[in-house]
Ligand binder design. Structure first.
Ligand code: ADP
Length: 699
């Protein structure tokens, strides 16, 4: 820190001394400028004096010219030039007016008199032709310069007019010109008056040189013009050159010193800027560009503005880092929140959030999908909107008691959809608490368990059916043994009587009984075999084409021998329209009809049995067997086709049976691609008592 203070002090002293020198230099330069101003002003004055002197000289010539041309003797002189008169009057006056030349012309511009005080330079008239002279004299008083080649002459001329013509309006009687030679003597005179150096440039090139001269500020140029205004010479005047040069000489070392100090000051300033300003700025810029605040560690220790700036940038980096971290955290939280909200919304389970008053504040899509209500209808209302009214007040009280005491409630609701349909939901309601543990909301997650419930119900039914089937099977087995045992007992009993019997008639009777019972036994065994074949899918559908009438005739013959049923008449109804043949499985169709007709005989005490068929649309044929028997109770009509089922209308001990006849029939009909149904009336109120079995098969 001490080191840096010392450095700062030395830099400060350096700059201060440079500043003092710069101040000194400034004073010196401004003094010189003041001197220069004074010189310039004095030069301007001198130039004015020179101008006035030349003008004054010129005016004397004009006066001379004016006086002599307004003189009657002069006009006479034009007509009769008299050299004596000229000597006395013109040449002597020329001395007074310091004039070197005089010329007199006639009105037609013929020279009548010419004189030069400088005997060596006689000018025989003006160096112009007649036309030019006429042009020159068109002005009453003309004044101009002529360049003779080696010197310049100032010319003044005027027309000669009578003295009584005060306004000089009459025609010229002649012309009078005078000239003053601007020789070295004359120029020296001017130099004396104005304390200057005068050069007459008759070649018109020194002016250019003078302009490019170093001391052009001290030089004045006067243009001397001819009669036609064209420059004929330049009068170049240089004033006070010596004074100015000496001042300049005196100031030269000051200038030199000034330049050196200025250069030193500039270099020092630049170095200072680089050290104090540029370097730290570059450091800060670099740190900002590369986002690397480590570069600022050293700079931020400085106790000046740049140190503070570096600290600020350093801090801003830190804040930026924190901010970036915060933004990342927030983005992560937001994406997690989005994911959660999506998951909740896409959940197949209904999710409902209510406030503590039970008003719904949120519900996911599943709620609307399951219940059929719109979101607008649900939000703001209470879960009562879904109520079917099946839950008791006590159950609701228990629910509220559980959740308000901060516990989770689990249970099932039978709810009602918007369209009135009922559905089951298993529901879990849990309280949502804030950071102080106070309940702010309730979250209900509800699962549609309608199908599950139905399945359970089906399962219970199936279980009951299985139990029933088991019971039926036991009954079947008991029946079977009874069914088999009864004919077997008769067969064995009568067979044991046969050896001791002598009467042929009785023997024949016994033999018939044995045969019938055997036949019955075979029938029972056939039924069981057929049933088991059907169960194990060993039977196949073998279609053939045959006439229905042939089948009916065969059945008629089969039941002809049933002497036991003398009080029952079997009819075969023939359809009105006759068809040649049908195509289906002959044996199976015979088996079906045989079983149904057998049942009709079994469960009919008296009356008629009708067997018939008719053709239906789509190449189907409907067969029926109707009887006037005991009929089937309504509760049994759907169950009689179940295996082992025996109707409640039959007395199992008196009417023989196994309960598999109709189930065989049903299986065979379905194997042939048809359907079977039964209609029946047990009482004969308005109806004929009895049953009608119908089935339809494709033919
Ligand atoms: P089974 O005749 O050996 O008892 P089935 O399977 O043939 O067994 O018949 C089942 C039940 O259907 C019978 O026990 C009976 O209750 C009833 N049933 C069948 N046919 C008739 C019918 N024609 N009239 C009245 N009841 C019948």
């Amino acid at each position: 820190m001490f080191k840096s203070t010392k450095k700062q002090i030395s830099i400060f002293i350096g700059i201060l001394s440079l500043g003092i020198f710069a101040g000194f230099l400034f004073i010196a330069i401004s003094t010189q400028l003041q001197v220069k101003n004074l010189v310039t002003k004095s030069i301007e004055n001198k130039a004015e004096v020179l101008e006035k002197t030349i003008e004054l000289h010129s005016k004397t010539l004009t006066t001379f010219c004016f006086d002599y041309t307004y003189w009657d003797e002069m006009s006479k002189f034009v007509d009769k030039p008299d050299s004596n008169w000229a000597k006395v009057n013109i040449e002597s006056a020329m001395l007074t007016f310091e004039t070197d030349y005089a010329w007199v012309y006639t009105p037609t511009m013929d020279l009548v008199y010419s004189y030069s005080s400088k005997s060596e330079e006689q000018l025989n008239g003006l160096p112009f032709d007649r036309e030019t002279l006429i042009k020159i004299t068109s002005d009453k008083f003309s004044s101009f310069f002529i360049n003779s080649g080696s010197y310049v002459i100032e010319i003044h001329g005027s027309p000669i007019q009578p003295s009584d013509d005060l306004k000089r309006e009459t025609e010229a009687l002649g012309y009078f010109f005078i000239g003053r030679k601007w020789d070295r003597n004359y120029i020296e005179q001017l130099e004396d008056f104005t304390n200057s150096q005068i050069t007459l440039d008759i070649y018109l090139n020194s002016a250019i040189k003078a302009k490019s001269d170093k001391n052009k500020d001290l030089t004045s140029i006067k243009i001397l013009r001819g009669w036609d205004n064209v420059p004929v010479a330049h009068l170049i005047t240089t004033f006070g050159l010596d004074t100015y040069s000496s001042i300049k000489k005196q100031n030269a070392p000051i200038y030199f010193l000034g330049i050196i100090f200025f250069a030193l000051f500039t270099i020092a300033f630049v170095i200072l800027i680089i050290l104090w300003v540029n370097k730290p700025i570059n450091l800060i810029f670099d740190a900002l560009k590369n986002k690397d605040e480590r570069k600022l560690n050293q700079l931020s220790e400085r106790k000046d503005d740049f140190g503070s700036l570096a600290s600020l940038v350093h801090n801003s980096f830190e804040q930026q880092k924190k901010l970036t971290q915060e933004i990342t955290d927030r983005q992560q939280a937001e994406s997690q929140l989005r994911m959660l909200s999506k998951a909740i919304d896409q959940s197949p389970d209904s999710i409902i959030i209510t406030n503590t008053k039970g008003e719904i504040e949120f519900c996911n899509t599943a709620v609307m999908k399951i219940s059929g209500f719109e979101r607008e209808e649900i939000i703001g209302s209470t879960p009562k909107i879904f109520s079917s009214g099946r839950k008791t007040r006590e159950e609701y009280q228990e629910l509220w008691h559980t959740i308000t005491s901060g516990k989770i409630w689990e249970g099932e609701f039978l709810n009602k959809k918007k369209n009135g349909d009922l559905y089951w939901e298993s529901t879990t309601i849990s309280p949502v608490t804030n950071s102080q543990g106070k309940i702010t909301h309730y979250l209900a997650i509800r699962k549609d368990i309608t199908e599950q419930k139905m399945m359970t119900r089906e399962l219970i039914k199936a279980k009951e059916r299985a139990e029933e089937s088991d019971r039926l099977k036991s009954a079947f087995l008991a029946n079977m043994s009874h069914e088999i045992r009864t004919p077997m007992n008769s067969i064995m009993g009568f067979a044991s009587l046969l050896p001791d019997e002598d009467s042929k008639d009785i023997m024949a009777q016994y033999a018939t009984i044995i045969y019938k019972n055997s036949e019955q036994l075979v029938n029972i065994i056939d039924g069981i075999v057929l049933y088991s074949k059907l169960q194990t899918h060993q039977l196949s559908f073998n279609p053939t084409t045959f006439e229905v009438q042939r089948l009916l005739n065969e059945l008629r013959n089969m039941f002809k021998t049933s002497d036991n049923y003398s009080s029952i008449t079997l009819f075969f109804d023939t359809p009105t329209e006759t068809h040649d043949a049908i195509t289906t499985d002959y044996e199976k169709l015979k088996q079906i009809l045989y079983n149904i007709i057998s049942n009709a005989f079994k469960y009919t005490h008296e009356g008629e049995i009708h067997v018939g068929y008719s053709y239906k649309e789509n190449s189907t044929c409907e067969f029926y067997v109707s009887d006037t028997g005991i009929g089937i109770p309504k509760s049994d009509i759907t169950r009689i086709f179940e295996r082992f089922y025996r109707g409640s209308n039959v007395n199992e001990s008196t009417v023989r049976g196994t309960g598999i006849g109709l189930s065989i029939v049903k299986e065979l009909v379905e194997l042939m691609g048809g359907t079977i149904w039964a209609e029946s009336h047990t009482e004969d109120f308005g109806h004929i008592r009895g049953s009608k079995f119908s089935f339809k098969i494709p033919v």
